[in-house]
Design a protein around this ligand. Structure first.
Ligand code: FEO
Length: 171
């Protein structure tokens, strides 16, 4: 059984992860509108991954006898000033999510809730990857500058990404 404080914090994280999916879907639409189908596909896969994160929290709250409460999802931004601006916003968002996960771990440790701490460790590792992949793309975009050929190549590369449905143990 989780505490009511932990239940509230985990419900807030369901909201934050679902908002992340919304944010990346909005970025996917922005890239589609910019004529960049590869960037758009990458963000769509990212949105699916965020829904998977959200479902992991959803299932965990249920499994621990908590009550899931789904709050309103905020409206994400519609436009960004450039491709690099959008990816910098994605990186900033991932840093924010990392801070949310770290706060949840702090709370689990304070409450001596070892099971929740153990559950959260998957997300601690995941956030390292999330920040790394966004940061890698920001760096590539900055290196290529205004070169249209580079943007076209990167669009093709990012378009290869697909969301791999997790194995049953991961659900
Ligand atoms: Fe669910 Fe991108 O953090």
């Amino acid at each position: 059984m989780i505490s009511s404080n932990m239940e509230k914090a985990l419900n807030d994280q369901i909201n934050a992860e679902t908002y992340s999916a919304y944010l990346y879907l909005s970025m996917s639409a922005y890239f589609a509108d910019q004529g960049l189908p590869g960037f758009s596909a990458w963000m769509k896969a990212q949105a699916q991954e965020e829904l998977f994160h959200s479902m992991k929290f959803f299932n965990y709250v249920n499994d621990r006898g908590g009550r899931v409460r789904l709050g309103a999802i905020a409206e994400p931004p519609l436009e960004w000033s450039s491709v690099v601006d959008a990816f910098e916003a994605a990186l900033d968002h991932e840093k924010h999510v990392t801070s949310l996960i770290n706060s949840l771990v702090d709370q689990a440790i304070e409450e001596k809730d070892h099971a929740t701490n153990n559950f959260l460790q998957w997300f601690v590792g995941e956030q390292v990857e999330e920040e790394d992949s966004a940061s890698d793309i920001v760096n590539k975009l900055k290196l290529m500058g205004q070169a249209a050929g580079g943007l076209f190549m990167l669009d093709r590369e990012l378009g290869q990404r697909t969301f791999v449905p997790p194995s049953p143990e991961e659900e």
